[in-house]
Design a binder for this molecule. Structure first.
Ligand code: SAM
Length: 482
């Protein structure tokens, strides 16, 4: 039975509830009165104490997803853009993935790292190699990483992951530093989540892949990941282990997107109901071609238009949750969804183990690649592209370092103070990038952007302090933050 506060996956992601939701959505997809009332509920409420949004339940959001009336879909897109601007302004946070090991004991049928793939070379970075990768990433200008690893208790035990995190934080090359390490590793125990928390991680990310249990079991035929309930309940264990910021995600293309969308929102509702705080981020990967994998094998492939609609509706349904898009998507798709709600993008990414060090910015090794990268531009190109579209590329990592995690981050988001905090932090970290890593052309555009965007810091005092810090950054001092 559906019970959002239950700690059992079968209850909080309840199949019968999802099927009823889909039926309700289908029955009401042309019910203009209902659709209007849902859109009205989702609108931001601007007050003197900040901006507030109620978000939507999985049922309400599913009605909008089912609705194909062009004027209503346009209203959804406009609303998503409005909410995005209200909470995230024009800032886009930048990160890169770092693949540590592709040893894996699972057999996920969509992933080339599956244990039965005998022709992919297996590679695990030594700590010296991790250091080299980190130096290469720092030399590009990155400050925030998401570490990725296959699941293999012998080759990649938690101690190995912890050693890698320690190495990553210890490297200070020239003016570089990795200031936030997010972690995307397989579901684990509360004890191990505590260890990750103590190692100073940012967000713990785990993609559900699919919320459809029957499909999940088929898509993960062997290995520890086969256990649907253990996987689906992982975020509860992570939060019990003290990790405030968790990142959800569905691998779109495996199952029917309407089912996944309802499941994803039910998961967010569950975390909010049980832990008092919803997911920090939601990722929206789509399954991609990879060695040994043909995405056309999966029925649930979705068009770019449906993908955009999903992004817009996630933005409307969970307005305070960051949304992440990777280089799985092309420049054109990324452009579309950044406008509709995405708040974080990766740039200059390599999805192979040891893909950064020893290669030029345009060379990419394919031997251990997890999937084809669509957006192959360099980080400098991504930064320039964002600025040319009017977005401030932000390398900010301040929140978790200032203890603004979980509900404290959400309150900042709601209070309206974000513009006095995230905005100057974005400008200062962009300035660091421009000083240390940018090409002349990017630097020129960036300096102009910083000058103009200083005027968008509401508080005079904060603006003055920010200006002072910017001058100090130009003199060589680093790592200021609000
Ligand atoms: N091994 C960990 C786990 O099982 O959760 C996480 C790391 S895995 C490297 C990161 C994610 O890559 C997976 O959760 C999956 O969603 C995604 N992925 C795997 N194969 C993919 C493919 N062919 N196309 C796109 N994304 C893929």
């Amino acid at each position: 039975m559906y019970d959002l506060k239950s700690m059992c996956a079968d209850d909080f992601i309840n199949d019968a509830e999802i099927l009823e939701t889909l039926k309700y959505a289908e029955d009401n997809k042309n019910n203009i009165e209902l659709i209007d009332s849902i859109l009205e509920k989702a609108k931001p409420n601007y007050t003197d104490h900040g901006t507030f949004c109620k978000g939507l339940t999985h049922r309400e959001a599913s009605v909008l997803l089912a609705c194909d009336i062009p004027e209503k879909v346009k209203e959804m897109y406009d609303l998503a853009e409005e909410i995005k601007k209200a909470f995230y302004g024009n800032r886009i946070v930048i990160f890169a993935p770092l693949y540590l090991s592709n040893y894996c004991v699972n057999n996920c049928v969509y992933c080339p790292y599956h244990a039965k793939n005998t022709h992919i070379p297996r590679k695990k970075l030594t700590q010296e190699e991790v250091a080299k990768e980190v130096i290469a990433l720092q030399d590009m200008g990155h400050k925030r990483l998401a570490i990725e690893s296959g699941e293999d208790p012998v080759n990649n035990p938690i101690e190995y992951i912890l050693d890698c995190i320690k190495t990553i934080y210890s490297i200070k090359h020239k003016n570089g530093a990795i200031r936030r390490v997010n972690v995307n590793i397989a579901a684990t125990t509360v004890e191990n989540y505590k260890k990750l928390k103590d190692a100073g991680i940012g967000t713990y990310i785990l993609f559900q892949e699919t919320y459809h249990k029957e499909s999940y079991l088929k898509l993960h035929p062997q290995g520890p990941k086969h256990d649907y309930n253990y996987h689906t309940e992982a975020m509860d264990r992570a939060m019990d282990g003290g990790i405030d910021d968790v990142g959800l995600g569905v691998l779109f293309g495996l199952e029917l997107y309407k089912y996944e969308f309802a499941g994803l929102l039910m998961h967010a509702e569950h975390l909010e109901a049980v832990h008092g705080v919803g997911p920090h981020t939601i990722s929206v990967p789509r399954v991609k071609t990879a060695e040994d994998i043909d995405p056309n094998e999966f029925d649930g492939g979705i068009s770019d238009d449906i993908f955009a609609k999903l992004c817009a509706l996630i933005r409307i349904a969970v307005p305070y949750t960051g949304m992440i898009i990777s280089t799985r998507e092309s420049q054109a798709v990324r452009e579309k969804v950044i406008r509709l709600g995405v708040s974080q993008v990766s740039g200059g990414s390599r999805t192979s183990v040891g893909g950064y060090a020893g290669y030029s910015l345009t060379e990419r090794p394919h031997d251990t690649e997890q999937f084809d990268v669509s957006d192959q531009r360099t980080l400098d190109e991504v930064v320039r592209w964002l600025m040319e579209m009017g977005y401030i590329p932000s390398f900010c990592t301040a929140c978790y370092r200032e203890g603004r995690t979980g509900d404290r981050f959400m309150s900042l988001c709601k209070s309206g103070q974000i513009q006095n905090c995230c905005h100057p932090n974005a400008l200062m970290t962009l300035k660091e990038f421009l000083m240390d890593y940018a090409t002349d052309e990017t630097r020129k555009i960036g300096e102009e952007m910083i000058k103009a965007e200083l005027n968008n810091i509401p508080k005079d005092k904060v603006r003055e302090v920010c200006k002072d810090h910017l001058e100090k950054i130009a003199e060589g001092i680093r790592d200021f933050r609000f």
